[in-house]
Design a protein around this ligand. Structure first.
Ligand code: NAD
Ligand code: MG
Length: 381
């Protein structure tokens, strides 16, 4: 039996993690639940899982009488206070955005293993987070499907060097659209992801393809290969979740129908696998798997991410902060979809390179990026 904290428990990843936990009550004890603002949903989960700690950034008017058995925390820093109180063995970090970095940072200190869905924590805090994980000798287990796929393929490595990582990308909701139409895509069109059902922010990132850029940065930090050895290929069926290539050209792929319970379960059970009722692949009905090179002309965010990764430790923080501002503005229908890459690029041009020595430097750079993005955003209102 292992105890588990779930940060972002009401989200897409959080909900699927709870689905696995329900199937393994004698292996997984959920003892800490953290969410942003959905009080009623959290109350239901606390009733069902009876964790010792629960937390919300937004304080509800009251806590129902029957839920007083649990220790409650509120406020912006509730996730790290909750983690310290619960001291769970595993922390599944699935808060969206840099808002989740604090939880990842604390989880490395107080938990035995960190199961990481929150890619923005690595994009922004990558060098610090991985150095801390190494210093504390704590495993950082990937939950993002591409990184889980690579991690699974790496189990067959046996000390051999890896020549290339190949991340697959669905291509997002606008994959086949021309540039003029992409620029005017509506929120509903962008949120209609062809293969994965996910939170809104990551679904927009898939449509700009910045998601793949963030994942290249994430892979760089998790697996330590240089940027030019991390490729991305569009694979619309989302059956191959990613690949690794050895020096003799042999390429290993991890495959399955798209279902995040696969990578979540792999991280939760690692090194054991936790079956969750996945359908076996039916190759005859799949008939064909197709691939295409990413079109960086129609989807410029991929190259912005690569350039930021090559540039400095601060540029990926700027990339991420500007994107969070732009995506939020798009989802609130303030700016057109086509403004997102322009706002990110503008923030990257305006913000000077900063030395990143500690977590405060990360937050300062993020704040600078947000100011630059808000300035740039004004042009599109
Ligand atoms: P989501 O929007 O569905 O859920 C986010 C969760 O985080 C919610 O429970 C919300 O209450 C909570 N939250 C938001 N801000 C918070 C804050 N400041 N403090 C505490 N809790 C907060 O998002 P998601 O799709 O589940 O994605 C979560 C993370 O996992 C993202 O970083 C995303 O990139 C990554 N990820 C998601 C998927 C997927 O299939 N959904 C796949 C790969 C990676
Ligand atoms: Mg992914």
């Amino acid at each position: 039996m292992r105890t588990l904290a779930i940060l972002g428990a009401t989200g897409s990843i959080g909900t699927q993690t709870l689905d696995i936990a329900r199937r393994y009550p004698d292996r997984i004890k959920v003892d800490c639940l953290v969410v942003h603002s959905s009080a009623e949903k959290l109350f239901e989960l606390v009733r069902e899982f009876r964790p010792s700690v629960a937390a919300m950034t937004k304080q509800p008017d009251s806590i129902p009488e029957d839920l007083h058995f649990c220790q409650w925390f509120f406020g912006e820093d509730c996730s790290s206070r909750a983690l310290k109180a619960a001291k769970s063995q595993d922390a599944l970090c699935a808060i969206v955005g840099i808002a989740g970095l604090d939880a990842v940072w604390t989880a490395l200190d107080v938990c035995e293993r960190v199961l990481l869905a929150n890619k923005e924590a690595l994009v922004t805090g990558g060098p610090l987070v991985t150095a801390n994980a190494a210093r504390l000798n704590k495993p950082l287990l990937p939950v993002d499907s591409e990184h889980s796929a690579i991690f699974q393929c790496l189990q067959a490595r046996q000390g051999n060097p890896v020549r290339r990582l190949i991340l697959t990308a669905s291509g997002g909701a606008l994959r086949t659209w021309d540039k003029a139409r992409i620029a005017k895509a509506t929120v509903d069109e962008v949120l209609a992801h062809p293969t994965w059902k996910m939170g809104r922010k990551i679904t927009v990132d898939c449509a700009t393809m910045l998601n793949k850029g963030l994942e290249i940065i994430e892979a760089y930090h998790l697996f330590g290969l240089p940027e030019d050895k991390i490729d991305a290929i569009v694979h619309p069926q989302s059956i191959i979740h990613s690949m690794i290539e050895f020096e003799d050209g042999a390429t290993l792929a991890q495959m399955g129908y798209p279902d995040m319970r696969g990578p979540i379960g792999y991280a939760l059970g690692y090194p054991e696998r936790l079956p969750y009722g996945a359908k076996p692949l039916d190759f005859a009905s799949l008939a064909q798997l197709t691939f295409e090179a990413p079109d960086t002309e129609r989807f410029p965010c991929l190259n912005l991410a690569r350039a930021a990764l090559r540039d400095s430790d601060s540029a990926p923080i700027v990339l991420n902060g500007a994107n969070e501002v732009a995506v939020d503005a798009f989802l609130n229908r303030y700016i057109p979809f086509g403004a997102i890459p322009a706002i990110i690029e503008s923030a990257l041009n305006i913000c000077p390179t900063k030395q990143i020595n500690n977590i405060d430097d990360v937050y300062e750079t993020d704040a600078m990026a947000r100011r630059a993005a808000l300035d740039a955003l004004g042009r599109f209102l």
